[in-house]
Design a binder for this molecule. Structure first.
Ligand code: HAM
Length: 423
């Protein structure tokens, strides 16, 4: 026998029994995005590699280690998108959206690709929903982003959540801070893990993300960016805090929160679940006031977030949230005459034509097996054809909720079901 074909590690099939949860998350996120006046954008799955290296930053883990990059026949370097902010900004510039309105609010729901070591909550193909506001530097936009993200997670039913917020300041204040951090770490350099020693030279802020105990100890004594924030960033951060408090949203300032992408300025945040182990960030985002101009567009500020659907599902499962099946038929057509598929088919099609979902037996099974199938499908009604009453042009319709039965003329089935289905 030949080897069984398998999905690539880090990728996952979304099976029919799981799709109900996906529909629900997509529906809730769309609903909440529309409350905030976000409109959907869909961009290609692959982009020029340079978009991500310029946008996210050469020295980030994503760009330096995790991208799926390939050459196409025209010899261009292309990359499967690892995130959506850079593609959304590319589309924003390419279609001159800034000239159509001063504020552009976009959302997406799409697959992303990162070549990471697969583990629970960390995949190589995963899905994000997210939103971006372009054209506003107001901290009210930061709040809209944080509140829409938190609102979706709450609507999904998640409870064990912590919102962490920080400000990364302007690039100028960050440079001053990085110098201070470098000075501090000079004395500890040899005690840092090899990875952090590398980061000392390439992306010093990311040392805060290290999971190594030796690094954590050293970083606990490090100066904090917050102490070096410029006036404007500090004032805006305070305003975000005030607005969250005024909405009764609890949050934790986390002055060591650095994000894995280089485009951030000022407010950044993550929403953490206490229920998913080490890959605990369900969502992350922040402000990126220079990304549009860095990618060749005008000077337009932006802020956004993205949330990982697979991680949300993991958190939901561990919180005991049940989503239920997405689709089940309302009606099952059972037929006592095993060779009368044509009769069953006619009734099924009549129902489907009237927007009622129906399933029928096509295997010529026994009545017992057909009823077992109807129960399994959890239909509301079973139309039983081919019994004694069929001689007079009738059928029996069984209401599966209360087990009552009624004899109904064949030409009245659709009317009967429509009348009773949602009644
Ligand atoms: P990010 O923090 O890289 O941010 O990703 C956002 C979320 O995507 C994470 O919190 C996580 O839930 C999910 N995620 C990331 N990598 C994986 C993975 N390998 N497997 C499963 N889930 C994953 C961004 O992508 C930014 N574009 C967010 C943003 C939008 N910032 C401003 N606007």
């Amino acid at each position: 026998m030949s080897k069984v074909a398998k999905a690539v590690p880090g990728t996952k099939d979304i099976l029919p029994e799981e799709i109900g949860a996906w529909y629900r998350i997509e529906k809730l996120s769309r609903k909440i995005f529309s409350r905030y006046n976000f409109r959907e954008i869909r961009t290609p799955i692959f982009e020029s590699t340079s978009l991500f290296s310029r946008g996210i930053g050469e020295e980030t883990d994503i760009v330096s280690k995790e991208m799926y990059t390939f050459r196409d026949k025209g010899e261009d370097l292309l990359t499967l998108r690892p995130e959506m902010t850079a593609p959304v900004v590319r589309a924003f510039i390419e279609h001159s959206m800034y000239s159509q309105s001063q504020i552009t609010k976009l959302f997406y729901f799409a697959p992303m690709f990162r070549q990471e070591r697969p583990q629970a909550g960390r995949l190589r193909q995963f899905h994000q929903f997210g939103a971006e506001i372009l054209g506003s530097s107001s901290p009210y936009s930061d709040c809209e982003i944080i509140l829409s993200a938190a609102g979706i997670l709450k609507a999904i039913g998640l409870k064990d959540l912590t919102i962490k917020i920080n400000s990364l300041g302007t690039p100028a204040s960050r440079e001053i801070y990085k110098e201070k951090l470098r000075l501090y770490l000079n004395d500890h350099l040899t005690s840092l893990s090899p990875e952090s020693q590398k980061r000392y030279h390439t992306n010093i802020l990311r040392i805060f993300d290290s999971k190594e105990e030796q690094d954590k100890k050293i970083m606990a004594g490090a100066p904090l960016l917050y102490e070096y924030l410029d006036e404007e960033s500090r004032a805006e951060f305070n305003l975000v805090e005030e607005m969250l408090s005024s909405r009764g949203i609890s949050y934790q300032p986390d002055y060591q929160l650095v994000r894995g992408l280089d485009y951030y300025t000022k407010t950044t945040f993550e929403i953490i679940s206490g229920k998913v182990g080490s890959q605990s960030a369900l969502c992350g985002g922040g402000r990126y006031d220079n990304l549009v101009s860095d990618l060749g567009g005008p000077s337009v500020p932006g802020v956004g977030f993205a949330a990982g659907v697979e991680r949300i599902l993991l958190a939901a499962k561990n919180e005991g949230i049940v989503f239920g099946d997405a689709i089940r038929p309302d009606v099952y057509i059972a037929n006592l005459k095993r060779d009368d598929s044509a009769g069953s088919f006619r009734v099924a099609q009549e129902l489907r034509d009237e927007d009622i979902s129906a399933e029928m037996d096509i295997l010529g099974r026994s009545m017992k097996a057909q009823m077992r199938e109807a129960n399994k499908l959890e239909v509301s009604f079973v139309v039983i054809l081919g019994g004694d009453e069929s001689k007079d042009g009738n059928c029996t319709i069984k209401n599966m909720k209360n087990s009552s039965q009624e004899v109904v003329p064949l030409n009245q089935i659709v009317i009967f079901i429509s009348r009773n289905l949602h009644g």
